[in-house]
Ligand binder design. Structure first.
Ligand SMILES: [Zn+2]
Length: 481
């Protein structure tokens, strides 16, 4: 059994101490594989790791006792500071008596009905209005519907899920330290205490910062004054942590243009390999994030879109319609473009057309994407769908979109086929590769923006209207295909 699975036991651990001194030396567990590996990874001694594990199990016991939830099953996270995963199920526990459960245990991380509609908000809003509106509606009930269906979208569902995970930690901490009454609203004093516990339990810097953000966000959500109220307090606290612990640099490598060439020249017969290589090339050339490439539908390939300028020479190009980017939560849309390559063997536009035929993916004749580009199309299939095995061992494309994780896995796999070390690449490598290639080729930063959509909030961007379609292709040209 590894040290992490150590059963609870009474130790000399006291609140505020980093770890228990249980008198167990490293030699007692010396050489045990998991312990030694964890020690190497964290740069701690095996003794420290062992002590932390003891402190964690003491923490879990303390929370269980102070919670007063009887025999209710507690499920725990494996994070450095153990967190109750099922806090909402434990609302009846005596620890929550007298606190505002509605605010403290509110979990709004699930996408709302309007968000699930993905741009097709009209029918979804009508369905909700039929149940929540009506003649008997009062101002109070209508405002409650607003809070339920609209207000969560102030943040993206993924951010809300991150914040909820971090907030569960705050609630668990509140139980352990008998401080549930002071987590919402929270004073700066309480935030300092919470932070010190996180540091003593060796929580990574990213997690500490996420907890701070989650605390701040929950205060704003309920119009409470947040604990960090000075303008630059967050960044000065982040610097404080960085000064002590160092900040790990991002280690994932950008995909090289040679890799894109290799992938476009590769002619695999299997559908999965074909999909992985093309998805990786498209994501890199378009500077796309994994969730953006995973969401693409066949009707998002706008072939010959640049010909609308009326300038000759743009036949065979393709713009990729992206209805929502990280910095474009308002769905204004963004159009990275692929040009014609000099080498016909490396023509990504022709290969995309071929891929759609190969995988049996077609744009539906009644597709309304061009008329309503902000909405997800309910008729057309995804561009890179999941596949399944049918009789005879043949793999076919389904109509199921892939997840971000899947897209990331495929990118890593494709880079490995091209000879890269898959542990050094991930989904973000595609976007990094596109942007790095453009910068190395000295593509103007404002032109690179047309492909990557970074920094969309910069003031002049909203007024930028490019006169020559050729400029849209400069990032693509940087790959020298
Ligand atoms: Zn469509």
């Amino acid at each position: 059994m590894s040290a992490y699975g150590h059963p609870p036991r009474a130790t000399a651990w006291r609140p505020g101490e980093a770890g228990a001194r249980a008198g167990l030396g490293a030699q007692d567990s010396g050489g045990s594989g998991a312990l030694a590996a964890a020690a190497r990874q964290l740069g701690m001694s095996e003794q420290d790791i062992f002590d932390l594990a003891l402190a964690r199990s003491a923490w879990r016991s303390m929370v269980a006792v102070r919670l007063g939830a009887g025999n209710a099953r507690l499920s725990w996270s494996k994070t450095p500071l153990p967190v109750l995963l099922n806090v909402t199920e434990l609302a009846h526990a005596s620890a929550f008596a007298g606190v505002d459960r509605g605010r403290i245990l509110l979990d709004d991380s699930e996408p709302t009905a309007l968000e699930r509609a993905d741009g097709n908000w009209g029918p979804a809003a009508r369905r909700l209005g039929a149940t929540g509106g009506g003649a008997g509606a009062t101002v109070t009930s209508l405002a409650a519907e607003f809070d339920r269906h609209l207000a969560p979208s102030i943040r993206q569902p993924r951010t809300r899920a991150d914040y909820w995970r971090a907030w569960r930690l705050v609630v668990t901490w509140g139980v352990a330290r008998k401080a549930l009454g002071s987590v919402l609203p929270m004073s700066l004093e309480t935030l300092k205490a919470l932070t010190w516990d996180l540091v003593c339990f060796a929580a990574p810097t990213s997690q500490v910062e996420l907890v701070w953000k989650a605390v701040q966000a929950r205060h704003r959500q309920f119009h409470l004054p947040p604990p960090m109220c000075e303008g630059n307090q967050f960044s000065s606290w982040a610097k404080m942590l960085g000064a002590i612990r160092g900040r790990p640099v991002a280690l994932k490598l950008p995909i090289q243009k040679a890799t894109v060439r290799w992938l476009l020249a590769w002619r695999p017969t299997a559908l999965a390999a074909h999909r992985a290589r093309l998805l990786t090339a498209v994501a890199t050339l378009g500077c796309l994030r994994v969730n953006e490439v995973a969401r693409l539908q066949v009707c998002d390939l706008w072939f010959d879109y640049l010909m609308a300028y009326g300038v000759p020479g743009f036949e065979g190009t393709c713009s990729v319609h992206i209805n929502r980017r990280k910095n474009d939560t308002q769905r204004k849309g963004h159009y990275p473009a692929f040009g014609r390559s000099r080498d016909p063997e490396l023509d990504v536009v022709a290969q995309l057309r071929h891929w759609m035929v190969f995988a049996g993916l077609e744009v539906h004749p009644d597709c309304a994407k061009r008329a309503r580009p902000a909405a997800a199309c309910e008729l057309c299939p995804p561009l890179f769908p999941l596949s399944r095995c049918v009789k005879g061992g043949v793999t076919v494309a389904t109509r199921q979109p892939c997840s971000r994780q899947k897209a990331s896995d495929w990118i890593r796999w494709a880079v490995k086929q091209a000879g890269g070390d898959s542990s050094r690449f991930s989904g973000i490598s595609a976007r990094k590769g596109g942007i790095s290639t453009a910068i190395e080729a000295r593509v103007d930063e404002t032109i690179l923006y047309l492909q990557s959509g970074h920094g969309a909030a910069l003031p002049a961007r909203a007024y930028m209207q490019i006169a020559s379609p050729a400029r849209f292709l400069e990032t693509f040209e940087a790959f020298g295909l």
